[in-house]
Design a protein around this ligand. Structure first.
Ligand code: GCU
Length: 353
């Protein structure tokens, strides 16, 4: 098979299929999400529930909800997620935002009632959910002086204006920030840093998977309705679901530039999302995927099939895939993550996390 020929089967810049876990992870970072420029930064500091980057130029505030009775003697398992304020580029007073806020509070309360701490935060503080130019226009319109790092982590660690083909996109940057939250958790005596799950809905489900694949400290990884670029198979023909061409046109900044090479070539992509999720496989790590039956844009059939495909990576280790190390449910209804989903996910975690 011809692989790396300019304009040939895999296009001028796309990389050919690979074998081996490290190569596969690199393939996905090269082609889809981009590479984080660094691991734990030397210029990061913690103060209370706040993470400071770049010597204090950028702050990320964590909302920490603890279960009753959490103590240093009995540290509790933790759930980490980007919260609903990430939508609409931040909370507004409108009905949609208020509904999202209430939804988040319901999740916090349910997690606490089950003995889990839930940490959530607005990922816009880490990296705005906008292309750079739009974000700067938005800030200028407010008429206030620009903050020290208007484009978040990119302004400190690079990959904004100086973006290369494989520089991190926003999903990779958000996932990297989840890892920094885990660094923070490791300093908290009431939280058990060895029992941490990362989860998220939709764009934040794509982010949770990216965090799970790139940071082995997350023990359980839960993607809810993450669709294209998340848990949905690209190669499966699902005409009502989002395709690569649509996602890179609307959200080019979420991915690395090279992802454009796969535009309108979903069926022939060299590696698919089941392989991406399969990279989480190990005897001590778990994957959970959930969908909504009416969520045609995210493609529930493609998400289920990808979870089943990923489960094979655990089976290859002699472990039980679906129903063992991998869980799946599909709620009846649209695109959301509610208490009914968290409840099923925590049933899965109760015996695994
Ligand atoms: C858009 C986008 C999806 C994404 C979703 C969300 O619909 O096309 O890929 O998952 O927003 O994050 O809500």
């Amino acid at each position: 098979m011809e692989l790396l020929v300019a304009g040939g089967l895999f296009g001028a810049y796309a990389l050919p299929p690979v074998s081996g876990k490290d190569e596969l992870r690199k393939w996905f970072l090269d082609n889809v999400y981009g590479h984080a420029p660094l691991g734990r930064p030397a210029d990061m500091a913690f103060t209370g529930n706040r993470i400071l980057f770049g010597g204090g130029r950028l702050k990320v505030d964590l909302t920490v909800s603890l279960p009753p009775g959490a103590s240093k003697e009995k540290p509790c398992p933790v759930l980490v997620m980007g919260d609903f304020r990430t939508w609409n580029n931040g909370m507004r007073g409108d009905e949609k935002s208020l509904k999202q806020k209430r939804q988040q509070e319901d999740l916090d309360a349910h997690a606490a009632s089950r003995g889990y701490a839930l940490i959530h935060y607005d990922l816009n503080e880490a990296a705005p959910d906008q292309p750079r130019r739009q974000e700067l226009e938005r800030l200028k319109k407010q008429g206030k002086p620009l903050p020290p790092c208007p484009y978040g982590l990119f302004d400190i660690y690079g990959g904004g204006d100086d973006r290369t083909e494989t520089s991190w996109g926003t999903i990779r940057a958000w996932a990297w920030c989840h890892s920094r939250v885990l660094d923070w958790i490791e300093t908290q005596p009431m939280l058990d840093a060895k029992r941490v799950a990362v989860l998220g809905h939709s764009r934040l489900g794509k982010t949770a998977l990216c965090a799970g694949v790139t940071d082995g400290r997350f023990k359980v990884v839960y993607s809810n309705a993450s669709g294209c670029g998340g848990a949905k198979l690209n190669r499966m023909p699902l005409p009502r679901s989002e395709h690569i061409g649509q996602i890179v046109d609307r959200f080019p900044y979420w991915f690395c530039k090279r992802f454009n090479v796969w535009k309108n070539r979903d069926a022939e992509i060299a590696h698919d999302q089941d392989e991406w999720m399969g990279l989480i496989a190990s005897p001590t790590r778990y994957l959970y995927v959930a969908s909504g039956s009416e969520d045609h844009w995210a493609g529930p059939q493609g998400e289920k099939a990808a979870a089943e495909g990923a489960a094979k990576a655990w089976e290859a280790l002699g472990l039980t895939g679906m129903g063992g190390h991998v869980g799946y449910h599909c709620h009846k209804g649209p695109h959301d993550l509610g208490v009914r989903d968290l409840k099923l996910f925590l049933d899965f975690c109760d015996t695994r996390l």
